[in-house]
Design a protein around this ligand. Sequence first.
Ligand SMILES: O=C(CO)[C@H](O)[C@H](O)COP(=O)(O)O
Length: 270
Amino acid sequence: MLRQACKILNAKQQFSFSHYKQTFELYSRLFSINMNQVEESKKAAAYKAVDNHVCDNYSIGIGSGSTIVYAVERLAERVRKEGLKVVCVPTSFQARQLIITNGLTLSDLERTPELDVAIDGADEVDENLTLIKGGGGCQTQEKIVASAAKCFIVVADYRKDSRSLGEQWARGVPIEVLPLAYASVARKLQKMLGGKAELRMAKNKAGPVVTDNGGFVIDWVWEKVGDWQQTNTQIKMIPGVVETGLFVGMTYKAYFGNADGTVSERQKRD
Ligand SMILES: O=C(CO)[C@H](O)[C@H](O)COP(=O)(O)O
């Protein structure tokens, strides 16, 4: 939006300094309204999912990202107000911290190998509930925890809702790899499936992003994919691949918070 404002202003050189200032203030305000709207939509989706899918004595997988923060907030509120007894299994360092700081009971897959429900965010959700996850590099633990749950629920804002993958999310499929294999995996990926595979670099550290498991992440931007299940299997067969961010046939239901405050739902077809 700000880029757009700059373009308009550059085209109309006759603007005075106060015009520039006023216009930037207006765009900044619009941008912050838009961001508030996104946060509100995340919150609405997360609250609804927790209200609909968490019961007393449940074991719950806790996903990672910014939307899950609202789900944990709601869960903690229900534990306080309704006296629910739940145990929570994290999918990342962030999720573990969220569970602890919200005063919830922390468990792990060793003590709780089967979960009643797992709730997590997503980077993109298509019409068949196939997901891209791993924008935060947590897809390996997220997939393990989701697969341990009887029911896997996704919470997201309206920007993640697509008919087919790639419509909204342009950063490709995140793939966790063993560090020693990153170059060979990237090469094989491009040779086998086309597209472009790039090692994810850290922002505030020299070198690559290192996952909670000590792995690296390759982001694979595909050119053409027909069958996500088959593509996922092909990627997983490359030696050195730990896990992909493709979640195929795992999701029971997705909740999308909309810009107008409502929540849309998409459920697995029988
Ligand atoms: O897969 C993930 C992290 O690896 C997140 O669930 C995904 O990136 C969504 O995050 P957010 O709720 O911040 O949009």
